[in-house]
Structure formats: structure tokens, C-alpha cells
Write a protein that binds this ligand. Sequence first.
Ligand code: IMP
Ligand code: MG
Length: 180
Amino acid sequence: MEKVTLHDKTFRLLYSHDELCDAVKMCADKISADYKDKEPLFISVLNGSFMFTAELMKRIDVPKGEVCFIKVSSYQDMESTGTVSHLIGLNRTIVGRDIVIVEDMVDSGCSMYNLVNKFKEDGARSIRIATMFIKPNALKFPITVNYVGKELENDFVVGFGLDYNEYGRQLSDLYVLDEN
Ligand code: IMP
Ligand code: MG
């Protein structure tokens, strides 16, 4: 499909599934080399990263790697001023573990900044970030992103796990908002 319409917006094809999987393979090879003799815990951040996680794990060769899934929900705490992030689904200890966070997209870096700090506080031994996409010009938080699939411009994209108001996650290719 060259174009796709979701809700009120039209998107055009940016990268095919094959192109995305080539980028995933390059990440996978680096991770395999870095973690070959380690016992990493890959923590996939739902919902957006489900497709990247599946494609990445199929291509990774780390015999003692584990995979788990979490969800981060943000809500306004009535008794404090800031936004509180709540972590759902992490049902095991990460003390002393080598963590690889598997994320769909790093935009401002806010989500990853908060998650890395939480895992540090909880006693992880090391924490790295693998993201399918990053918008380097949008980054506002001091984070180190160790493995990147594709760098993007500051345009809104859908597909390969990413949604526009919950539509488009299941598209195997990546689409960008078509301004025309
Ligand atoms: P950050 O906390 O600002 O880095 O935001 C990251 C999150 O925003 C990602 O995990 C996505 O869920 C969402 N996001 C950022 N850019 C896009 C986009 O272009 N399309 C869909 N979701 C996006
Ligand atoms: Mg996300």
C-alpha cells in the first residue's frame, strides 16, 4: 500500500517491512555481540514496541537472554503536582540484572529518561536502550540510546507498532503523515 487513511489523516509509505527488518538485523547483531556471554533481561515497553520486539528477538543470538513486557501508564496524581508514571507488569526483580529496554520510538526522551532512572533506583546492574526509531532533533532529555533501528525527521509516523489514536499499529510497513 502506498497510502493509508486512519481516522481523518492520510499517511504515505516511508519504509517497507523489508527495509525495517534490515535495520532490525543490524541492531540484533550488535546486541548479540555485546551480550553473548551475559544474561540480559530484555524489557519491552508495550504497546508500541510489540512488533519491534518480535522482529528483534527472532534475530538475536543470546542463549541466556530473557524477555518480558511492561506497560507505563501516566496519570495526574491528585495529591501532587507532577505526572506520576506507573509501571505495570514487571513481576520479577531487576536487582543486579543487565537490562536492555526495548522501545518503539524515542521522541523527547522523557519516557526513557524516567524508566532508566527507575531501573537504576531499583538496582539494575546496567541499563541500555534499544529503540526502533529515534527523532534526534526532538530529543530533550539526557539519555544514551545504545541501539537504533532508524533515525527519523520530526514527522509523525504510524505502523510497525506505532499508532495514530490506536489505529495503524498492525501495519507491517512504516508510514509518515502526508501533508499534501
Ligand atoms: P517521548 O517520551 O517524548 O520520547 O515519547 C515517546 C513515545 O511517544 C513513543 O513511545 C510513542 O509511543 C510516542 N510517539 C512519539 N512519536 C510518535 C510518532 O511519530 N508516532 C506515533 N507515536 C509516537
Ligand atoms: Mg513507547
